[in-house]
Ligand binder design. Structure first.
Ligand code: TPP
Ligand code: MG
Length: 288
């Protein structure tokens, strides 16, 4: 089940209810101590703390915003040169650091099949700088740079990374800890470039009470807005089917970042949010 060992120490400076902190806590339970973390500028470069007040039980390299994958590739090469083969190199970056500014290095490392796990904890905006839109921000979201609601949909990064030939791709979120831990363990056992996308709700950016982070993650999955998926050996499969016991509208209405839309407009947004993922789900069943 879920390991009791804690590699994220209490007292860290994340906001109350931070989904990204919960993501790390669970990820480290799955990955264990023999991990080298590489973290670019993001909320997580703050949550990790400044020396000597360090919140992680594993070593960490802080790197500039755009360079997570390139720096992690360097760490992997250094470990190889030292003959240390049992260390898992993890690039741990936000959505801005992955979908946008770190994309070049991300693409390069994936294309070279660099041996690492790249985790994108996705809070769907540039949160450390107060909440600006990224290409992972869903359509309709009000942010500091989309004062009338974002017009474009979320970038389909999963398809992009599969097209690079990644050896393993998965989505997971904190409301389903067992599913998340199993996927990270599987990623750890594989070789080559592995990509894990973690939906990490953010009370500050999304506008919901801080004790509802796990509820938000669950609503995202159960409404179908965030499918829990896995791609390996050439095929996609859904690891947890949504119950559709909540609608995408209910999921969007529970968050302040979609306030300002009329009911009818919300329905349209909900359809677009779902459509972005339907295409992926349609891929399920394609021959492996
Ligand atoms: C080259 C560069 N541009 C801008 C910044 C300022 N900056 C630091 S963190 C951050 C937002 C990061 O967003 P994301 O990757 O989504 O992580 P989050 O903050 O949401 O955890 C920005 C814009 C920077 N550090 N370096
Ligand atoms: Mg972000």
């Amino acid at each position: 089940m879920i390991p009791k060992d804690e590699l994220l120490h209490p007292g860290h400076p994340a906001c109350p209810g931070c989904g990204a902190a919960l993501s790390m806590r669970l990820a480290l339970k799955a990955l264990g101590k023999r991990v080298m973390m590489v973290i670019p500028a993001s909320c997580w470069s703050i949550i990790a703390g400044a020396h000597p007040f360090f919140s992680l039980g594993v070593p960490l390299l802080h790197v500039p915003f755009l360079s997570a994958a390139a720096a992690a590739a360097g760490v992997r090469a250094a470990l190889e040169a030292r003959g240390e083969e049992d260390v898992t190199v993890v690039a741990w970056a936000g959505d801005g650091g992955t979908y946008d500014i770190g994309f070049q290095g991300f693409s390069g490392a994936a294309e070279r099949g660099t041996d690492m796990i790249y985790v994108c904890y996705d809070n769907e905006a540039y949160m450390n700088t107060g909440g600006q839109r990224s290409s992972a921000t869903p359509v309709g979201t009000f942010t500091g740079t989309t004062p009338k609601g974002k017009r474009e949909g979320k970038k389909d990064l999963l398809s992009v990374i599969v097209a690079h030939g990644a050896s393993y791709v998965a989505t997971a979120t904190i409301a389903y800890p067992q599913d998340m831990i199993e996927k990270l363990r599987k990623a750890k056992q594989k070789k080559g470039f592995r990509f894990v996308h973690l939906l990490s709700p953010c009370p500050t950016g999304w506008g919901y009470p801080e004790d509802r982070t796990v509820t938000m993650a669950r609503m995202a999955v159960e409404s179908g807005a965030y499918p829990l998926l896995e791609w390996e050996e050439g095929g996609w499969h859904v690891t947890q089917r949504p119950s559709f016991s909540v609608s995408v509208e209910e999921y969007l209405e529970a968050q302040g970042r979609f306030k300002g839309w009329e009911r009818e407009e919300l329905k349209g947004l909900a359809r677009r949010v779902l459509l972005q993922w339907h295409r992926l789900r349609d891929l399920e069943g394609m021959p492996r």
